[in-house]
Ligand binder design. Structure first.
Ligand code: PLP
Length: 222
């Protein structure tokens, strides 16, 4: 099936108010362009360098979302153009993005990635540490960041109850943090190809979908 028809199929399943981030990582610009020509304007990448390359090669009205782990020394690569960074998971990274955004005179949307998965994956804040950081008022000193909400990745398991539990917690964390921010704190980014329907049940406002649109990723080519 073509990318246009897979994209259309996915979009048909999304309720109003749920934004689709088309995750194009590992796929070349020509393939991303097929989705662009089918009308998609919002794309997610997990590596700063790959995203910067695609930004150079593709139309400038694309909104680029960084969804993968970001090292502080790579911040410079993305701040000139990134629309939203989903994977903000440490005070050091918050400060580095603030500094980088200020240097280029931009305001950047960020999400706070919270660790909920019951597995090896270590990315994301531990909830208690995040709460302490937010309550310390640190974000008041970050004028070039707009904190838009929460992001998370559920446990990769067949056990639906575990996945439901993870999404329910992310939803609750977002609700608990909302009072510390303004009305722009409205985003809950959760759900991938295999679990996004469940994520929507728990209030996802952004879903990050790759393989259902672009097909399986072939890492052996890299
Ligand atoms: C790759 C990736 C996705 C998309 O995964 P699919 O299973 O291809 O939909 C979503 N979120 C993050 C953080 C990713 O790294």
């Amino acid at each position: 099936m073509s990318i246009a028809s897979q994209l259309a199929q996915v979009k048909a399943t999304l309720p109003a108010g749920v934004e689709l981030i088309a995750v194009s990582k590992t796929h070349p610009s020509e393939v991303v362009m097929e989705a662009y020509e089918a009308g998609q304007r919002v794309f997610g990448e997990n590596r700063p360098q790959e995203m910067a390359q695609k930004y150079e090669q593709l139309p400038k009205d694309i909104e680029w979302h960084l969804i993968g782990h970001l090292q502080t020394n790579k911040v410079k690569m993305v701040v000139p153009f990134v629309k939203m960074i989903h994977s903000v998971d440490s005070p050091r990274l918050v400060e580095a993005i603030q500094k980088g955004a200020e240097a280029v005179g931009r305001t950047i949307d960020i999400l706070l990635e919270i660790h909920v998965a019951d597995e090896e994956s270590k990315t994301g804040w531990e909830w208690a540490e995040l709460l302490e950081y937010v309550r310390s008022g640190a974000f008041a000193r970050m004028p070039n960041l707009r904190v838009r909400g929460v992001m998370g990745v559920a446990t990769n398991t067949e056990d639906e109850e575990t996945v439901r539990g993870d999404f329910a917690r992310l939803h609750q964390y977002k609700e608990e943090l909302a009072s510390s921010f303004g009305p722009e704190f409205d985003t809950l980014s959760m759900g991938m190809s295999h679990d996004y329907s469940l994520a929507i049940e728990y209030g996802a406002t952004m879903v990050r979908i790759g393989s259902l649109i672009f097909g399986a990723r072939d890492y052996s080519k890299k």
